[in-house]
Unconditional design. Sequence first.
Length: 255
Amino acid sequence: MSQPAKRVLITAGASGIGRAMAAGFAETGAEVWVTDVNAAALAQVPDSWQARVVDAADETAVAALFAEIGAGGGLDVLCANAGVAGPTAPVEDVALADWRSCVSVNLEGAFLAAKYAAPLMKAAGQGSIVLTSSTAGIYGYPNRAPYAAAKWAVIGLMKTLAMELGPFGIRANAICPGAVEGPRMEGVLQREAALKGMSRAAVYDGYAAGTSMRTWVTAEDVANMAVFLGSPAARRVSGQIIAVDGHTENPDPKV
């Protein structure tokens, strides 16, 4: 990619990490497209962004979206960011329906986005695919079996995309956020505190204590990495697992 990204799609881009990614790319002058299942949140994004209500795991909707993007000029960067936290429970207490729901959004959503982005990028002879995984996809995570399994699989998908699409000038990388400040992790904190019989504050502090920098990260920290991976500065970076987590030392939070 000899030029800055011109057209970028971020799935789950109406809030949290996705919105921060969209804002970061918009600052570079890119034409930003965002999707989300939350229509109310999408209504709050800047008017200059192209916003569409799309379920990342609905192939018909995803195919229609990419047909529209392709007709409008193609795609330089895909940030497949859609995901859900899934249940927080011992594996024996996880319902199959909850497992499937979590894996569907986190893994199938990434697969479908990559499937339909690939032809557009092949036609252009360049592109960058950024998949949002997690440090749970590097280390595993107690009481988060569906989420960890899906995020490990996202890394396998990324490695395969990098090998398969590299000859066409397309790069693929995975960002692995650690504990990110925001509503999604707040829900995890509350459920984990209840499961362990601890206070929310103690669980929160435990996440920070499990990193060498003793810190949580922000959505903007993650977005900065996505913008880098979509830029010419990363033109030889592909197939990489890049953690943005303050360096996780222990995947089970210290308390």
